[in-house]
Design a protein around this ligand. Structure first.
Ligand code: GLN
Length: 495
């Protein structure tokens, strides 16, 4: 599809920072921005299926409250009037939250996730909840219980997963920013496949309180955005210690937006040879190498590095993530939340069984079975414990590489967006599409995906950058430097 960017000040084309500035100055109201957002969702969401729930009245009410605050002369938050689409894995008080699972149909959380509380406090507007793979398990959105998301660049293709709805919402410019979660690539891979900027922060940077847990030693929340500063601003708002999530770090939150103007001269970029092997699409490789060559011309130092345990990442991840998932998902029993299936006969165990059988989709069941198996008494040492040891080796690969470079760059995904249905019956092929995103997740490192030159047929390609723990600023500096020559600001025509 053809890319476009017109010059009028339609709220749909403004970045998050531009919206907040215009709302503060008063040359546009938060209500007008919100109406334009809801109109665009009404018109195009039926094609894209990015939203599971649209919070029309609540969003308009919140927008009017921001406008009234301004009229009273009160100071506005840094996301004043900025619509932010929210992955349905995040609990939103009073708004349905399903994690795209039938088992949570009808569940309305009585509380907000910490990231939601922080967005509201910054005067952001939440227009709705986005579609995803059920419980964030998947790489194509085809595991949603509510229909797949379509890639706005080509409606016959996947937007990636699991945060495909949040990625598509930004790609289609329903909103300029959104929140996703990334356990093994679920922000970066859909960002790559939809030509958006996606950012997974360091493990512990952002509170997961209120995130429906998938694999707790890996899950992180982060933004998608139509520009780099938008993501920086959202990340600044949601980051920082939270007493409700003991894994959050005490570290001070830097000014991520300020890092965007730092430049990249002298930046040492490591290129891992293991990420450029069999299975990598030639167009993806050419585009990523082209971007690296430009960075070298701009004064970066490009060095080969080795991450020798990369080839164990898929196996390691699928042992650890399924083990943790099998434990996290035990809470969905038909008693406390959402769906309850009353069995024809029997007692409470039959109720658990009937509810879980009806409520969980195929991939979720597969993972619960796998995870329960690797944790079982006879196999724990052989699988789970072994995977934990390999995880340490993978982390040590990065530690070693970061002795001589500041950032590691590689493709985000081995291929551009694949066709819907292409891998849905082959779980292994699907798992392999995460091969480049899993290692940074296992190591807990910050990582982002930035669009680089698209394929000949116009499909987006993502350039991944991985930083040292708590050095998100380096990634913002690099992405912002690449932005003027990146296709990030173009978006597909949907009409
Ligand atoms: N695609 C990977 C999986 O299926 C990663 C998902 C995620 O990061 N939530 O587990």
């Amino acid at each position: 599809m053809e890319a476009s960017r017109t010059t009028d000040l339609s709220p749909v084309e403004l970045t998050a920072v531009e919206i907040a500035e215009h709302v503060k100055k008063g040359d546009i109201t938060a209500e007008a921005v919100t109406k334009a957002t809801l109109d665009r969702i009404d018109t195009f969401n039926p094609k894209v299926n990015a939203f599971l729930h649209v919070s029309r009245d609540e969003a308009l009410e919140a927008a009017r409250a921001v406008d009234q605050k301004r009229a009273r002369g009160e100071a506005l938050g840094v996301l004043a009037g900025v619509p932010v689409a929210i992955k349905d894995a995040l609990s939103t008080r009073g708004t349905p939250t399903t994690s795209a699972s039938k088992i949570l149909e009808g569940y309305i959380p009585p509380y907000d996730a910490t990231v939601i509380t922080r967005l509201r406090a910054a005067d952001a507007i939440l227009p709705g909840k986005t579609n995803m793979d059920e419980f964030a398990m998947g790489s194509s959105n085809e595991n949603s219980a509510y229909g797949t998301v379509k890639n706005p660049w080509d409606l016959t293709r996947t937007p990636g997963g699991s945060s495909g709805g949040s990625a598509a919402a930004v790609a289609a410019r329903f909103t300029s920013t959104s929140l996703g979660s990334d356990t093994g690539g679920s922000i970066r891979q859909p960002a790559a496949l939809t030509g958006t900027f996606g950012f997974k922060p360091t493990y512990g940077r952002v509170s997961r309180f209120g995130l429906i847990a998938f694999a707790s030693s890996l899950d992180q929340i982060g933004p998608f955005a139509s520009d780099v500063r938008g993501a920086a601003r959202v990340l600044s708002v949601i980051s920082g210690r939270d007493t409700k999530d003991a894994t959050t770090l005490e570290a001070a939150v830097p000014d991520f937006e300020a890092a965007c103007t730092r430049g990249v001269k002298g930046l040492r970029i490591g290129v891992p040879e293991e990420y450029f092997q069999k299975g990598l699409d030639p167009e993806v490789e050419a585009s990523v190498r082209g971007a690296l060559a430009e960075l070298e011309k701009a004064g970066c130092i490009i060095k080969p590095v080795s991450l020798p345990h990369t080839r164990f990442a898929v196996a390691t991840y699928y042992v650890i993530a399924t083990a943790e998932a099998s434990s996290n998902l035990a809470r969905f029993d038909g008693i406390r939340y959402g769906l309850r299936v009353e069995p024809e006969r029997g007692g409470i165990k039959d109720l658990y069984g009937a509810t879980r059988d009806r409520g969980f989709g195929k991939e979720v069941k597969r993972r619960i079975l796998l995870g329960t198996f690797v944790l079982s008494a006879g196999y724990y040492d052989a699988y789970y414990l072994k995977a934990q040891k390999v995880r340490t080796l993978i982390k040590q690969d990065f530690d070693k590489a970061f002795e001589s470079v500041d950032v590691i760059c590689a493709p985000t995904s081995p291929t551009p967006a694949f066709k819907l249905g292409e891998k849905s019956n082959d779980p292994l092929a699907m798992y392999l599409s995460d091969i480049y995103t899993l290692p940074a997740s296992l190591a807990g490192l910050p990582a982002a995906s930035m669009p680089v030159a698209p394929t000949k047929s116009g499909l987006p390609i993502g350039f991944q950058m991985v930083g040292r723990a708590l050095e998100e600023e380096t990634l913002f500096a690099l992405a912002a430097f690449m932005e003027p020559s990146s296709p990030l600001r173009s978006f597909p025509k949907l009409s």
